[in-house]
Design a protein around this ligand. Structure first.
Ligand code: AMP
Ligand code: MN
Ligand code: MN
Ligand code: MN
Length: 294
């Protein structure tokens, strides 16, 4: 199997890098991309480690971008993890995350909730995020669970919501290309937009030299899979697949739990891109299960 979207505790995933890799191996994932939010830290750690036999690590990152009033996530796959320009952009994004966290802390303090900054400083992450803030609110008894923390406090309509100054789509795509990677829009059907606005988003992503879409991922229904893979074929874009695994708590987003690309889109699969062959071995096994396992 293949899974090209996952997180470690370098961003908002629960597991340290080696444990993530071992879990993927146990689930028969042969090609795994770690794509932490705005961080390549897990890749820098893992290149010093012995990986399980038969598992290949694909370099990746998920960059938060601002497009109009939306936060759009762009995956950089097959990137050179030592590219100075990409590392500089990620360091800037990490600082934006710290600045945003300070603003969240102020908003919480005004409501009498103290200690967010201290909690965040105790974490191993490089890219501090709202999942960490949600964990703090749950620990402190202010939220019942993740969903509640986001809807009540942290989501775009939440009480403490703070906008971050993310980079533009063009900046992210340019940095990914400079690092020899491919830029794919992550989980395209999860953005709250109308059909016409979604088409405009894809048009502008293409105009900014985006390479394709993450076309199959956790919880994606068959209609959306068809829509996204058709877009890849129509626009001659590359298609990627990934679970967006964060933690074992979320059974629906487990590693490898992804629908297979339909035959109409197989030629567009990112593992057929020439860059793939420079970095990884051929994907000869079934890319993913035809339907998610229950
Ligand atoms: P951030 O990158 O810090 O702005 O946070 C975005 C991350 O929060 C996403 O990558 C998800 O992991 C997580 N997230 C967003 N919305 C929700 C939600 N409603 N419930 C749980 N996690 C969420
Ligand atoms: Mn996340
Ligand atoms: Mn994302
Ligand atoms: Mn993700």
């Amino acid at each position: 199997m293949i899974d090209l979207h996952s997180h470690t505790w370098f961003s908002d995933g629960a597991l340290p890098p080696l444990e993530l890799v071992e879990r993927a191996h146990e689930r028969d994932v042969r090609h795994l991309a770690i794509t932490d939010h705005d961080s390549l830290g897990a890749h820098h750690v893992l290149r010093e480690q012995h990986l399980p036999e038969g598992l290949e690590l694909i370099p990746g990152v998920e960059i938060s971008c601002r497009w109009e009033n939306l936060e759009i996530h762009v995956l950089g796959l097959l990137v050179n993890i030592d590219n100075p320009g990409l590392l500089t952009l990620l360091a800037t994004q990490q600082q934006r995350r710290r600045d945003r966290a300070a603003a969240f802390d102020m908003a919480m303090q005004r409501a009498g909730i103290c200690g967010l900054e201290k909690h965040l400083q105790s974490l191993p992450c490089e890219a501090v995020g709202r999942v960490h803030m949600a964990e703090f609110l749950i620990q402190q008894g202010h939220a019942r669970n993740m969903q509640h923390a986001f809807s009540k406090f942290l989501g775009s309509r939440g009480r403490f919501y703070q906008k971050a100054e993310w980079c533009s789509l063009e900046e992210a795509i340019t940095a990914i290309h400079a690092a020899n990677g491919l830029a794919l829009m992550a989980h395209p059907d999860r953005y709250p937009v109308s059909r016409p606005k979604f088409r405009r988003l894809l048009d502008e992503f293409g105009a900014a030299s985006g390479d394709g879409l993450e076309a199959s991922y956790s919880n994606l229904n068959v209609d959306s899979l068809k829509h996204l893979t058709d877009e890849c074929v129509r626009r001659n874009w590359w298609a990627s697949v990934g679970s967006d695994f964060h933690s074992a708590d979320n059974h629906w987003m487990d590693l490898g739990r992804i629908r297979r690309l339909p035959p109409s889109c197989e030629a567009h699969a990112i593992w057929h891109h020439p860059r793939w062959a420079q970095i990884a071995s051929a994907v000869t096994h079934a890319p993913a299960r035809s339907t998610p396992v229950s």
